[in-house]
Design a protein around this ligand. Structure first.
Ligand code: ASP
Length: 665
């Protein structure tokens, strides 16, 4: 029999009871964390958001409460009335370990099934199980701490933004496409047949319009939606600190973000100081081979193209610049270890060469397998091998890793990007990363465009509203790869926290930019006409930025996956395993939205010489239906794939070829 809560009022949180509460009557409420039955004495550890308290049930003095406690099991929800007493022997592991609660009455408010994993600080359940039973996973102390930290960070950000004079304005979720380089999530309109809203990839156009509207300083903690492949640091929907201000210099925006980040870090107990350092994009690429460099360790790249004479370049098919770095203490790397690095370089489209200084200071060299020769000194000469080691500052015992590529893409340092990946891999492997450091970096001087190999066209490196460096405007059509943007990124410890820019605020330039991106007059009118019009009504110079709140919370919580700071996260297969979404919807709903789902169709041969045609809405993962229709000619049956939703199986006679419906859902 379960008890009702009735008028019972909690007096204390479990984890907050202390020695000073000794002698007090207390009522705690929570979950049974653990039960130990010692016969006359029964102990329940009771847990709530704040932690645990030990409750004692004494058979002799409180027989009824003790009897009831015998029924309690893990994760039952209970309320205990009792008295706080000092323990004979304190438990130093527990914040409330100096006291215990001697129960006078127990109320069992709800029972619970045995959970699929223990509700403990550390568990080794698979992530899919944790996400499927997210309510149990979140009941653990660590997720509580992470969500509470995230709350405090967001609260601090809001306070800071308010104090800096920004106004939070909500922008619509049902809107039109906002280009940020990802796929849109579309929402069909019931009222307007065949038309769709898009969920915002960001509030970009709206925040710019708020500047045209004279709001001056806008911010929002806002959900954005991008249909991209998920990763450890990326979800389909994520939260941004989005801001925009009028008449800003770049430094003004940096100042706002630095103020906010210093305060957010302080909330997490991390001291950082502002201003943050700046680097130009081309320099970070050449020095770290990444646009989000991890500055917590050195092993910087050096351009060593001049160590490779023309003839060697031709033989090795080197195009573009060669980049190298010295990995400390790895001169003794085995052939296999070097091959692994070369494999990695190859998988990224390059190749690696190695030179090393033995501990005696002798310099030697080798090529990765990618290049068939076994040593590079034959090709570039011992002198150049020395020069190479020198350029990287290699000390005795260091391995020099040089990387080149066979393709050169205008405006990029492809070899540096590959060397940057090897640098990161070795930084991890050699334990060079100082985890106590918090290294912020502003990156500026980005190119406006990026070459998109698959589409063979130039695309916006950031988004098409990014301002253009004034002197580069004239090259917009003639040499797009040389045009620099007024964009900037903020990076922390190898993660991109966000990006922004001073915007294009003139209609004529915005229109030219759209055209440079290959939009026809008709397309740009249809997609951005309203915005181009708005720009003509007195648009102030403006700029802004957006930072990823989930990533900030992840880093400040010391986590490696964003899913640890998002309450209801999706798997990397973009599914919510708890709510089982995405999921099919009712036929009526589809009808109302004028949507029909085209079925998948599969063909199979049949033993009778005929064919099977199976049409189905979708594959089902895990449990689904396995239809096994019988051949109408009596030649056995076939086992079809897992299917879900509506499906049907048709059979065609081998001679007549006529399709007959055999079975359907
Ligand atoms: N809208 C951009 C983004 O979401 C940020 C910005 O330019 O302010 O990445």
């Amino acid at each position: 029999m379960l008890d009702f809560l009735g008028n019972l009022k909690r007096t204390h949180y479990c984890g907050e009871l202390r020695a000073k509460d000794e002698g007090r009557d207390a009522v705690v409420m929570g979950w049974v964390h653990r039960r130990r039955d010692l016969g006359n004495l029964l102990f329940l550890d009771v847990r709530d958001r704040t932690g645990l308290v030990q409750v004692v049930f004494n058979k002799e003095t409180q027989a009824a409460a003790h009897a009831k406690a015998e029924q309690a099991r893990s994760e039952f929800v209970i309320a205990v009335e009792g008295k706080v007493v000092k323990r004979q022997k304190a438990n130093p592991e527990l914040a409330s370990g100096e006291i215990e609660l001697v129960a006078t009455k127990l109320h069992i408010l709800n029972n619970a099934k045995t959970p699929p994993f223990a509700i403990e600080e550390e568990i080794n359940a698979e992530e899919v199980t944790r996400l499927r039973y997210r309510y149990l996973d979140l009941r653990r102390p660590k997720p509580h701490r992470n969500l509470a930290l995230r709350h405090r960070i967001v609260l601090e950000i809001r306070k800071a933004m308010d104090e800096l004079g920004f106004i939070e304005v909500e922008t619509p979720m049902l809107t039109r496409s906002t280009p940020e380089g990802a796929r849109d999530f579309l929402v069909p309109s019931r009222v307007h047949h065949g038309q769709f809203y898009a969920l915002p990839q960001s509030p970009q156009i709206f925040k710019q319009i708020l500047m045209i509207a004279g709001l001056d300083k806008y911010f929002q903690i806002v959900k954005c939606f991008r249909d991209e492949d998920l990763r450890a640091d990326r979800q389909l929907e994520f939260t941004q600190l989005d801001l925009e201000m009028s008449f800003p210099r770049q430094e003004d925006i940096f100042h706002v973000i630095e103020t906010v980040m210093v305060r957010a870090c302080r909330v997490a107990g991390i001291t950082v100081s502002a201003p943050f350092p700046h680097m130009l994009y081309k320099d970070v690429i050449r020095k770290y081979g990444s646009d989000k460099p991890d500055l917590r360790f050195g092993m910087e790249l050096h351009e060593v193209t001049s160590c490779f004479p023309e003839e060697a370049k031709q033989k090795l098919q080197i195009k573009g610049n060669v980049f190298a770095f010295a990995a400390p203490g790895t001169a003794g790397y085995s052939r296999k270890q070097r091959d692994d690095l070369n494999e990695k370089a190859k998988s990224l489209g390059g190749g690696a060469y190695f030179a090393w200084r033995t501990t005696e200071g002798k310099t030697s060299s080798a090529l990765g397998d990618f290049f068939t020769l076994s040593t590079i000194d034959k090709l570039i000469g011992q002198e150049n091998v020395e020069k190479l080691a020198e350029a990287c500052g290699a000390k005795a015992g260091d391995l020099v890793v040089a990387v080149s590529t066979k393709e050169q893409i205008k405006g990029t340092e492809a070899a540096a990007l590959i060397a940057g990946q090897l640098r990161l891999q070795l930084g991890e492997a050699l334990n060079l990363i100082d985890r106590s450091q918090w290294r912020f970096l502003w990156i500026t001087g980005f190119p406006l465009f990026e070459w998109k190999e698959t589409a063979k066209t130039w695309v916006s490196a950031q988004h098409p509203f990014t301002g253009i460096v004034d002197e580069d405007l004239e090259k917009l059509e003639s040499a797009p790869w040389e045009v620099r943007s007024k964009g900037y990124d903020l990076v922390l410890n190898g993660y991109e926290l966000g990006s922004g820019s001073i915007r294009i605020h003139r209609q004529d330039i915005q229109e030219r930019l759209f055209k440079a991106l290959g939009l026809s007059e008709e397309q740009l009118r249809r997609r951005f006409g309203f915005f181009l019009d708005a720009l003509t009504y007195g648009t102030p110079p403006h700029g802004g930025i957006a930072l990823g709140v989930d990533r900030i919370a992840m880093l400040l919580a010391g986590e490696k996956s964003i899913r640890e700071v998002v309450a209801f996260a999706k798997t990397t297969a973009a599914q919510d395993l708890m709510a089982d979404s995405p999921s099919p919807v009712d036929e009526d709903q589809l009808e109302e939205l004028h949507i029909s789902i085209t079925p998948n169709v599969l063909f199979f041969g049949c033993k009778c010489g005929g064919k099977w045609r199976v049409s189905f809405e979708r594959y089902a993962e895990g449990a689904g239906t396995f239809p096994s229709p019988n051949c109408p000619q009596g030649k056995g049956y076939i086992l079809l794939p897992f299917v879900a939703g509506k499906w049907q199986a048709e059979h065609a006679n081998g001679e007549t070829g006529e399709w007959v419906l055999v079975t359907a859902s």
